[in-house]
Design a protein around this ligand. Structure first.
Ligand SMILES: *Cc1c(COP(=O)(O)O)cnc(C)c1O
Length: 432
């Protein structure tokens, strides 16, 4: 399988090159050259398939023989080793819980699959690989957990000081070993700018063999398509007209759903749900795409003003608004409405949504009013306890914290303070 750039369909690279480069030189995004439909035999067997089995079938269909089947199977068995259950909220709504992995957010799927794939493709290289990653919260924890103790690979995480939740910070700063956390005195955008500059800096790339782990990497997108099949499998016998609602920021998760549909998954409709950072819902409603600086919200992992995967969405629909909006509807909600939804669903349905899932839930309810003959699966992208302080404030009560998250509270944070000027970061990189 080869990949092309969304900015230049004539460019072709191997899977290995696409994964290690992250981004094409022309600043587009890598896309698989062919996205084939899965066979009728696959869909007939789907109800009996385990999550790793169907993931293997979907991955093989996407990446062909870029990785030999027996090795791909091993990668998937190591990476996809936790469940993705659909839990009923009410008679028309299920929550697809994507937070059962080590960092308690859906980014574990991408982080773990990318880590396993990169370390597989990195075998036989004698130079250490240094992965730079900027995080606004959840990416860092998932990537750190995915690469923890991977031989030959070192991970450097840049996060904005004071702008990630206390438990998220612990996930980034307490592992040690091959994981280093840099606490940047700036915003997420500053962190991202530092990483970008380092990639373009010849002195740094001479000293280190660099790669990135941000959500634009195709190795993070591929595994996110697996759980759409896993969810469908669980509800296909009881429900029809399945609608997936995706709380979105950079739109990687939704794009992976579009890939699943292209591979033949009979999805009735997609819903793009956002907080006040609503450039994609606005595009779906008006046809105008107007990126703008992000604003801070309660669902902070979705505070993105210029979603990077929008280029992939356009590519999948040949940049045609009318066709895209037939498949995807967009809705946006403010924080007050989101908080109200958390309380309502908790009291009415006894289900605890996190702020991101609550945005998805609201969008689904809005769509369902106009389309009653549908069943909604809301992607629950993170465990509510990751946002402990906000959840307890919203509910006015304490909530349960899973053991593995609670255990973090006692660990000691180790982070290197870093200014937002590139000179400081460069000097540090040249010294390690
Ligand atoms: C990253 C993240 C999102 C947004 O996902 P995208 O793929 O960037 O759209 C939503 N919810 C949570 C909890 C996240 O961590």
């Amino acid at each position: 399988m080869q990949l092309y750039s969304t900015n230049n369909p004539a460019l072709r690279v191997s899977l290995k090159e696409a994964i290690f480069k992250g981004l094409p030189d022309d600043n587009g995004l890598f896309m698989p050259e062919h996205i084939q439909e899965l066979s009728p035999a696959f869909f007939a067997a789907l109800p009996q398939m385990s999550f790793p089995d169907l993931s293997f079938a979907v991955a093989s269909n996407l990446i062909g023989h870029s990785i030999p089947p027996e090795d791909l199977r091993t990668i998937i068995e190591k990476a996809i080793n936790f469940p993705a259950p659909v839990i009923p909220i009410d008679e028309n709504t299920g929550a697809l819980e994507l937070f059962h992995g080590p960092s308690l957010a859906f980014k574990d799927f991408g982080g773990r699959f990318m880590a396993e794939t990169m370390s597989y493709l990195n075998r036989g290289e004698d130079r250490e690989l240094t992965i730079l990653v900027a995080t606004s919260g959840d990416t860092g924890g998932a990537v750190a957990a995915g690469f923890y103790k991977t031989p030959g690979i070192r991970v450097i995480i840049l996060y904005p000081s004071g702008k990630v939740s206390p438990l998220q910070e612990k996930q980034l700063t307490t592992l040690g070993e091959n994981i280093t956390a840099l606490e940047v005195n700036g915003t997420f955008d500053d962190c991202q700018a530092l990483v970008k500059k380092a990639f373009l800096d010849p002195s740094v790339s001479t000293r280190h063999r660099l790669s990135s782990a941000n959500s634009i990497n195709i190795a993070r997108l591929i595994p996110q398509s697996f759980y759409y099949f896993e969810a469908y499998k669980q509800v296909m016998e009881a429900h029809r007209n399945i609608v997936f609602t995706v709380p979105s920021g950079n739109f990687g998760n939704l794009t992976a759903g579009l890939l699943a549909k292209k591979m033949g998954l009979p999805v009735h409709h997609f819903i793009a749900a956002t907080n006040a950072n609503d450039v994609v819902p606005a595009y779906l409603n008006t046809g105008n795409y107007q990126p703008r600086p992000s604003v801070r919200t309660l669902s902070n992992a979705m505070d993105v003003g210029n979603p990077s995967n929008f280029a992939r969405m356009l590519d999948l629909y040949s940049s045609t608004w009318n066709i895209m909006k037939e498949d995807i509807s967009g809705y946006a909600f403010d924080d007050a409405t989101t908080e109200e939804a958390v309380r309502t669903v908790f009291h009415q349905d006894k289900y605890l949504l996190d702020p991101h899932g609550a945005v998805g839930y609201l969008a689904w309810k809005k769509y369902h009013e106009a389309h009653p003959d549908t069943y909604g699966i809301v992607l629950e992208t993170a465990h509510p306890a990751k946002f402990l302080e906000d959840m307890e404030r919203v509910l006015g009560a304490s909530i349960e914290v899973p053991e593995r998250l609670a255990a973090l509270a006692d660990k000691t944070k180790v982070a290197i303070p870093m200014g937002k000027d590139y000179a400081d970061f460069q000097a540090w990189l040249m010294g390690i």
